[in-house]
Design a protein around this ligand. Structure first.
Ligand code: NAD
Length: 304
């Protein structure tokens, strides 16, 4: 008789738009959870369904076999990992930390360098797929780190993502880099599309005709074909992903370009448009709000 290998207990810190769906899926897949967030109320449903609460990140790490962070920015990641009561204060030697935040490698690099004697296993595994994908368990996941570690944690990742789209993209930091480049290109598509639709409509072309022509043309993209429809059809600017976080991603992306010495004029411009939209509509406005800047400019909503 073969017995199922025991499932690791998963520690999870950051139960926001993304983490809430991801933890629900882990729980439904049968993983025991130990969770923490600065907003305890975010854990209510998980606790009711059997998850345990950790008062600190250290407590979460000490009580779990692997610990996942899903936090807004590199600053939050640093605080939760290396700060007082942080993961490093609780994780056992040889323990595993997976950062699924959209972030940069500095914190993990520092931990690897300063804690080398502890044999910690660290992976970066940021995701795409929006809060809807987090809720459905269909996230795309880009993993950077050692192949044996990726293979070992794959079942846990598969509880949150689409198994076909969980990609080991390279060494430590490669996951963060791939994720930032994806977001950069998607935000660039958004701004370029907003500009083109606004100019075309202002020039007298019917919006639906213009979009159909774009979709049938070599200029088509999944943004024009699919993603823009949430605004054009439903007026939904995706508040599941706050523009403050989009600006964070764009800033990190421009920083990365600077760090590797590649001029990135388009990325820098897109970042400025996003910052203007954030200044105009507030931190919590949705990631697609730059479209509104153009709608305001031409004095009408872009709706089919
Ligand atoms: P969010 O702001 O909704 O959630 C973050 C959570 O972290 C919040 O619940 C917050 O209370 C908690 N938190 C902050 N500081 C903490 C601390 N010190 N200790 C414990 N908990 C703390 O953000 P989100 O939209 O879930 O995004 C999380 C990450 O995923 C970000 O890096 C974001 O860029 C990335 N991401 C988001 C989306 C999306 O559509 N929302 C998609 C892909 C990737």
């Amino acid at each position: 008789m073969t017995s199922e290998p025991a499932r690791p207990t998963v520690g999870f810190i950051g139960l926001g738009s993304m983490g809430s769906g991801m933890t629900r899926n882990l729980q439904q897949a049968g993983y025991a959870l130990v969770v923490n967030d600065v907003r305890k109320e975010a854990a209510e449903q998980l606790l009711a369904a059997g998850a345990r609460w950790g008062e600190t990140a250290a407590e979460v790490a000490a009580a779990s076999d692997l610990v996942i962070t899903m936090l807004p920015t590199p600053r939050h990641v640093a605080e939760v990992v290396t700060g007082p009561g942080g993961i490093l204060a609780g994780i056992r030697d040889g323990g595993t930390w997976i950062d699924m935040s959209t972030s940069v490698p500095e914190v993990a690099d520092q931990v690897r360098a300063e804690q080398a004697h502890r044999g910690l296993r660290i992976l970066d595994a940021p995701v795409s797929g929006m809060s809807v994908g987090a809720a459905k368990g269909t996230l795309q996941i880009f993993v950077g780190g050692d192949a044996q570690d990726v293979a070992r944690v794959r079942p846990v990742l598969e509880a949150m993502g689409d198994p076909e789209r969980i990609l080991h993209v390279g060494a430590h930091g490669a996951g963060y880099a791939v994720k930032l480049m994806i977001n950069q290109l998607w935000f660039s598509h958004l701004v370029a599309t907003a500009e083109v639709l606004s100019v075309g409509v202002k020039a007298g072309v019917d919006l639906a005709v213009l979009r159909d022509a774009l979709v049938a043309s070599p200029a088509n993209s999944t943004f024009v074909e699919r993603d823009v429809l949430s605004v054009l059809r439903d007026g939904d600017y995706d508040e599941g992903f706050a523009i403050a976080l989009a600006c964070k991603d764009l800033g990190l992306s421009v920083d990365l370009a600077r760090a590797v010495g590649v001029p990135a004029e388009v990325s820098a411009l897109v970042e400025q448009v996003y910052r203007r939209a954030r200044a105009s509509y507030g931190d919590r406005a949705g990631e697609m709000t730059p479209l509104r800047l153009y709608e305001d400019l031409i004095g009408r909503d872009l709706r089919l």
